[in-house]
Design a protein around this ligand. Structure first.
Ligand code: LLP
Length: 403
């Protein structure tokens, strides 16, 4: 496995490119994909990287070159994927609450798609009849995932067609002669337990009995990666073994063969990323020492939005005496990245690295407080390269006219 970037390498990158700075280690992405393909050897499987985690074009290019497909959640993500050179046959589109016009625009590109409402499926069936194979996103009513905000398969979730509405779905297919090729579920993010995937397979195998044309079982994404020191992620080899057992035994018992698809986002890119930030201000309020940094929830919202834990390292003083800090952003909101975190002594000017900053970090950033988005750097074959320049004032003014 590629070693994590050293504190010296990270401080050198901060010096060269400035802060705040996102850094991605491309080799780590390649390794994650390798781990998936080797764990699922012997299974008829395809992986589609969930681009919503990180859409930087250089990252998409890199992932395309590994041979992995891409899963997109919007027409624009499909456009980015095409731009990065993915062939339509390697693009999947899984969206929710989108207009039928958007679905048609994606259909015209030739990408695969999963549709997640009876309403849009009806329109699709009325327009295309049996001519265009399509997937159906189902809601299996399984509670899974790291927290409620990122759980998507439970019985109050907006995602997918509830399995109990299967009779309506079957009527609709009979009326419009829709060609259902894929059954899809995505039950949440950060699912550690292999049994949750097994439960999903069980639900879909049962449903598939009523869909003679189905060729693909798409189990979505959601593999957990470690965020906290000592934490464990999904046991991918165990998952690979379980999936093979289930699909092989179905084939043996019923003669039905399905290809299995996955849409990993975090698993592919979470661990490759670092957000480097400089400590602007130390503020001792008596009860709390704040280390005020030059980034905030505008650049990385996960700790504030989900209560997510991100490991933080003091790259400038890794051997310093350990004290307890609140690491706080510079936005006019309460944007603590960490509270009561034990860290080697922090001084003004120190460079901190926020780990696991590849997935849903830059991608969920904004211009709040009219601050610039950070630059992004990719390290490939030991070389660092700017893959998105830092914003400039024109980026904030673009598209606006003087009122
Ligand atoms: N497939 C579908 C249909 C999805 O909606 C998602 C994520 C994925 C695949 C990829 O899931 P992953 O492997 O990354 O867990 N912003 C949140 C995560 C939201 C995930 C949304 N959908 C976070 O930062 O934790």
């Amino acid at each position: 496995m590629a070693a994590a970037l050293s504190h010296e390498q990270l401080t050198a990158l901060a010096r060269e490119f400035g802060t705040p700075l996102y850094v991605y280690q491309a080799d780590r992405i390649g390794e994650q994909y390798q781990k998936l393909t080797s764990a699922f050897k012997g299974t008829d499987v395809r992986f589609f990287y969930a681009a919503k985690a990180l859409t930087n074009l250089s990252i998409l290019h890199y992932i395309r070159d590994t041979g992995c497909g891409v899963d997109c959640s919007s027409y624009n993500e499909v456009q980015l994927a095409l731009h990065a050179g993915f062939k339509p046959a390697n693009i999947l589109y899984t969206s929710n609450n989108v207009s039928f016009e958007e679905i048609c625009a994606v259909q015209a590109t030739g990408a695969h798609m999963n549709i997640d409402s009876l309403s849009n499926l009806r329109k699709f069936g009325e327009k295309f009849g049996h001519t265009v194979p399509v997937g159906v996103r189902l809601r299996p009513n399984i509670m899974a995932g790291g927290n409620l905000k990122i759980s998507t398969g439970h019985d109050e979730s907006k995602f997918g067609i509830p399995v109990e509405q299967l009779p309506e779905l079957l009527d609709l297919i009979a009326e419009t002669s829709l060609h259902i090729k894929t059954l899809h579920i995505h039950t949440g993010s950060e699912i550690k337990d292999v049994e949750v995937f097994a439960k999903g397979i069980e639900v879909l195998f049962e449903v598939a009995r009523q869909f003679p044309e189905v060729e693909v079982i798409d189990l979505g994404g959601g593999f957990k990666v470690p965020y906290k020191p000592g934490e464990e992620g999904t046991d991918i080899p165990a998952l690979g073994k379980k999936v093979k057992e289930e699909f092989d035994s179905l084939e043996k018992n019923t003669g039905r063969h399905y290809q299995v698809w996955f849409e990993p986002g975090k698993y592919m890119v979470s661990e490759c990323g670092y957000l480097l930030t400089k400590v602007n201000v130390l503020k001792n309020t008596g009860s709390i020492v704040f280390a005020g940094v030059d980034t905030g929830l505008n650049h990385l919202i996960r700790p504030m939005f989900y209560g997510a834990y991100h490991a933080i390292e003091n790259c400038s003083n890794p051997d310093g005496v350990v004290h307890t800090y609140h690491v706080a952003g510079n936005i006019c909101e309460t944007d603590n990245f960490a509270e009561n975190r034990a860290l080697p002594e922090i001084r003004e000017g120190d460079i901190l690295a926020i780990r696991n900053a590849g997935a849903y970090c830059f991608e969920m950033s904004s211009h709040y407080n009219a601050r610039f988005k950070p630059a992004e750097v990719m390290i490939e074959n030991g070389k660092a390269r700017l893959i998105r320049r830092r914003d400039v004032l024109e980026d904030l003014l673009r598209g606006q006219e003087r009122g």
